[in-house]
Design a protein around this ligand. Structure first.
Ligand code: AOF
Ligand code: ZN
Length: 375
């Protein structure tokens, strides 16, 4: 098998950590012996747990000597919550290390250099694009200093999220709605605007999927070191502090943060939940980059933006949307509000251009995933 085939397997393994490694990256590793046989596989399962390389090396044991390790992220060179993977690879006697993405985290980077200095052959740049997409949330967080933002919407084939009278329930299928719970389960925070809270009174909670389990699953059984999944943080963008005290987002089932304007009268709200104050901005009303900075300080790596159209348009206008997931139902309305509100586009030359990354049926609907075209 080729370097690329082994790296593709390492990327698959990494993906098993999706939703449980935050605020750490997802990482996968495949170890071959000197003859090219796969002798160890591993992935990073939860923050603070063993790194992917260590899991794979443990499985390989002595057979790693003279062999090759494929890692989706450059091996770390630091002692954080665990020891440096660069040293673990050296001690195991691995002769060659193949890396997909260099580590942008200055505290941990340097593994590739250390391995080279000790005579290990290091190849980089193998399936870099694929591995970057698999780790987009964490890479965005480290490189940009703000969470990765996925805007999710559901609409009819003609792009409407409600009928003319405002009714909007069940535009998409049960399969699509279940898939939204999976998306929520992968996020650290859900953000919604006050319009959505007033119109739909959503809970914004998630039933988290069970932790991954596979033959070589490094996640210990519950109670043996793996921390419980972090609760999803619910965030309401509510400039004028209009969230009703009886709103379901304030039901106490998960932490809720309400972002209000610096001058808003939020005394009653602050007695019920945590409130952050942000500068007023046009057109949406609040400093959204400031909101993301606040979430970054709280180690929120990925945000799911759900409703409504006005808030989503403002995020897009500010260049703060990294991924769009649209659920399109085979239905037509012909009238009613659009899925997306004004996003700073007046003329066709200003169109926000995206590229499709994936199209998958969810029951009778289609789930379309797209990302902004890199500048
Ligand atoms: C992981 N899992 O498999 C690899 C990581 O918090 P620590 O001490 O576990 O260190 C986290 C850093 O280690 C992380 O930001 C990344 O730079 C590097 N590699 N991290 O969580 C892994 N290989
Ligand atoms: Zn490491």
């Amino acid at each position: 098998m080729t370097d690329q085939a082994h790296m593709r397997r390492a990327i698959e393994l990494a993906a098993r950590g999706r939703g449980t490694t935050s605020p750490n990256p997802v990482v996968g590793c495949v170890v071959l012996d000197a003859s090219g046989q796969v002798v160890g596989e591993g992935f990073h399962a939860y923050a603070g747990g063993p790194h992917a390389e260590v899991v794979a090396l443990r499985a390989a044991g002595e057979r790693a000597r003279g062999g090759t390790a494929y890692v989706t992220l450059e091996p770390c060179d630091h002692t954080g919550r665990t020891g440096p993977c660069s040293l673990a690879l050296l001690e195991a006697g691995v002769a060659r290390v193949v890396v997909a993405v260099s580590d942008p985290n200055p505290a941990a980077a340097g593994g590739a250099d250390r391995l080279r200095r000790h005579g290990v052959a290091v190849a980089t740049g193998v399936l870099t694009g694929e591995a970057e997409r698999g780790n987009a949330e964490w890479l965005t967080s480290v490189r940009l200093g703000r969470p990765h933002v996925t805007w999710k919407y559901a609409a009819t084939l003609d792009g409407r999220s409600a009928a003319a009278d405002g009714t909007s329930q069940w535009i998409t299928s049960p399969e699509s709605r279940a898939d939204v719970h999976r998306l929520r389960g992968e996020a650290d925070a859900i953000v919604a605007g006050i319009g959505t809270v007033l119109a739909d009174d959503p809970r914004l909670t998630v039933r988290r999927p069970p932790a991954p389990s596979a033959g070589e699953d490094p996640a210990p059984p519950a109670g043996q070191g793996a921390p419980a999944a972090r609760p999803l943080l619910r965030v309401v963008v509510d400039s004028d502090a209009r969230t009703p005290p009886a709103a379901r987002v304030l039901d106490g089932r998960a932490p809720t943060l309400v972002a209000v304007a610096a001058d808003a009268d939020a005394g009653a709200l602050a007695a019920r939940t945590e409130v952050v104050r942000l500068a007023r901005r046009r057109p949406y009303g609040l400093d959204l980059a400031g909101l993301l900075a606040e979430l970054h300080r709280r180690q929120i790596v990925s945000v799911l933006l759900e409703g409504g159209p006005t808030l989503a348009g403002s995020f897009l206008k500010e260049g703060l949307i990294d991924r769009v997931v649209g659920y399109l139902a085979p239905a037509l309305l012909g009238a009613g509000p659009a899925a997306l509100g004004p996003a700073g586009v007046a003329t066709i030359a200003e169109t926000h251009r995206l590229e499709f990354e994936d199209v998958t049926p969810t029951g009778p609907d289609l789930r379309l995933t797209a990302r902004p075209v890199p500048l």
